[in-house]
Design a protein around this ligand. Structure first.
Ligand code: FES
Length: 243
């Protein structure tokens, strides 16, 4: 039996990479949240957006927000496939046997039944995304010595913009959104606004084909924004101002 995939990587390469990346991201997100703040001048870390006041001094406001994007990703159809295979070996790859046999109950029992809430997490994550767009716009406005904000651009502004575009591509390529728009319809031409829905469904379908790519790129872009802000805060780098 072959132990290598068609591109000659061993079958365990992908599951192992996913375990490393998702575990690393989760540990970093918790660490960043525990820092209690993530802002530098006009830049606000996505882990702390929207800006909320914590009810207790010892409780990081990031925890009031993080459950939305993390819940959105944890219940995402693509990530489900990825972590079921990688963390639970359920099964670990195509053409590999199930390890849990009869005990497998899929998403019919707690805790995995929660994954059926994905469409609601999509709606909540869309609200958070609107705040991230607002933050990305603010990243293009810099205060002068007298406190007036002026339009400008710096490396940080561009990192914010790339991040929010990638997050939008990830959100709007969501399988649930595609289903909401047209997945449950038998006939577009006989439905209200069927033409517009069919067009929108077509666009979402094009984005949807690359959903795993947007999932990973947006994960790294969120990480990059937070790391960039922390490096600025620590004085280890200077923001490069273009104009
Ligand atoms: S399926 Fe991945 S975000 Fe909805």
């Amino acid at each position: 039996m072959s132990v290598a995939s068609s591109n000659e990587r061993p079958w365990w390469f992908e599951p192992l990479s996913i375990v490393v990346v998702l575990s690393g991201f989760s540990i970093y997100a918790i660490w960043a949240a525990l820092q209690g703040q993530g802002a530098y001048h006009n830049y606000l870390s996505p882990f702390f957006s929207p800006k909320l006041a914590s009810p207790f001094s010892w409780f990081s406001p990031a925890f009031l927000i993080l459950w939305v994007p993390l819940g959105f990703r944890a219940t995402c159809y693509y990530y489900r496939k990825a972590y079921y295979r990688s963390f639970f070996w359920d099964p670990p790859a195509c053409a590999r046997p199930e390890l849990r046999g009869e005990k497998y109950s899929g998403e019919t029992k707690f805790p995995f039944i929660i994954n059926n809430l994905h469409r609601y997490f999509f709606l909540l994550a869309t609200i958070v995304l609107a705040f991230l767009w607002y933050d990305a716009i603010l990243a293009f406005f810099f205060k002068d010595g007298s406190g007036n904000a002026h339009f400008g651009a710096a490396l940080g502004s561009l990192i914010f913009l790339i991040n929010v575009v990638l997050l939008s591509l990830y959100s709007f390529s969501c399988h649930s959104l595609r289903h909401i728009i047209g997945g449950k319809m038998d006939c577009f031409t006989c439905s209200l606004a069927g033409g517009a829905r069919h067009k929108t469904w077509g666009w979402v379908s094009i984005l949807n084909e690359r959903h795993p790519l947007w999932a990973w790129l947006s994960l790294f872009s969120v990480l990059s924004v937070d790391i960039y802000i922390r490096l600025l805060q620590a004085g280890l780098i200077q923001d490069v101002r273009f104009f």
